[in-house]
Design a protein around this ligand. Structure first.
Ligand code: GLN
Length: 270
């Protein structure tokens, strides 16, 4: 079991103080609270969809941008009315933000870069303090308390294989994941996931329609602690989970036209 369980999103996060572009109350009032389905084009709706809520300001979402599929997340977040900032170096952590997205990519490279850049411990502290976070694929691996599986080490010498195998990540989410566990031949595939009843992956308007899932050399969630609950399942197995203000998915929500997982995350931010 990981040493740190629970979490929660209570209260404004220190990192969010002073951050974020303001938006006017009129456009905030236009935010379609019950809207679902495919994202709309950026900008046209982005103004009108400026995050509702008492503060009437756009959520500022930091996207880890050291490696991997961060551009796609940024685009989707902006379509959903967020302002995005990229985290590329430790000094970027001083920019104000309300939530954090950890994109897919290569978790070994990402964890090494985070350590080398001096970002690993500060990010862990922010998440432990309750900063809402969405981790996808490699991002899930970075969050996982326990990581199994080495990935594909064929053709690597011993030293490189050892380096590649190690994911020394944030370890804030009480799950065990096995990397690349869906196998090489099924390295990438599409499927339809089921929202878990009783809230599932979303707001009350999330509905029951299957969730499109895109997997790319995805990790499998093989064990969960008691504070973790599944949001989305595939063949009865959890493929997205939540623990406090941490939401993590084995798939890539940025690649499908379904906003429900983002909305689940953004509900924690607002
Ligand atoms: N297989 C990658 C890893 O182990 C994750 C793949 C992804 O993020 N799409 O880090």
């Amino acid at each position: 079991m990981s040493a740190r369980l629970g979490g929660g999103s209570g209260g404004p996060h220190p990192a969010s103080e002073g951050g974020g572009a303001q938006c006017d109350a009129e456009s905030a009032a236009l935010f379609p609270a019950g809207e679902g389905g495919a994202p709309t084009e950026p900008d046209a709706d982005a103004e009108a969809r400026c995050a509702a809520g008492p503060a009437s300001r756009r959520p500022v979402i930091a996207v880890l941008a050291v490696q991997g599929a961060f551009i796609e997340h940024e685009r989707r977040l902006r379509q959903l009315g967020c302002t995005t900032v990229e985290l590329r170096q430790a000094s970027d952590l001083r920019r104000g933000f309300d939530g954090l997205v950890l994109p897919g990519g290569e978790s070994t490279a990402q964890s090494k870069l985070l350590r080398d850049l001096g970002m690993l411990d500060p990010l862990r502290e922010l998440i432990t303090a309750g900063l809402p976070v969405l981790g996808t694929c490699a991002g899930l691996i970075l969050l996982a308390a326990r990581v199994e599986g080495t990935g594909d080490l064929r053709g690597l010498d011993e030293a490189r294989a050892a380096g590649r195998a190690r994911v020394d990540g944030l370890r804030t989410l009480d799950v065990t994941v096995e990397r690349n566990a869906y196998g090489r031949q099924l390295g990438s595939f599409h499927a339809q996931g089921a929202l878990v009843a009783g809230g599932g992956a979303g707001t009350p308007d999330a509905g029951t329609a299957p969730l499109p899932l895109t997997f790319i050399r995805a990790p499998r969630i093989t064990a969960m602690g008691p504070a973790v609950h599944p949001l989305v399942t595939l063949d009865g197995q959890p493929v997205a989970v939540q623990q406090g203000a941490q939401v993590a998915a084995a798939f890539h929500p940025e690649l499908d036209d379904d906003d429900r997982l983002y909305r689940r995350f953004l509900d924690l931010v607002r």
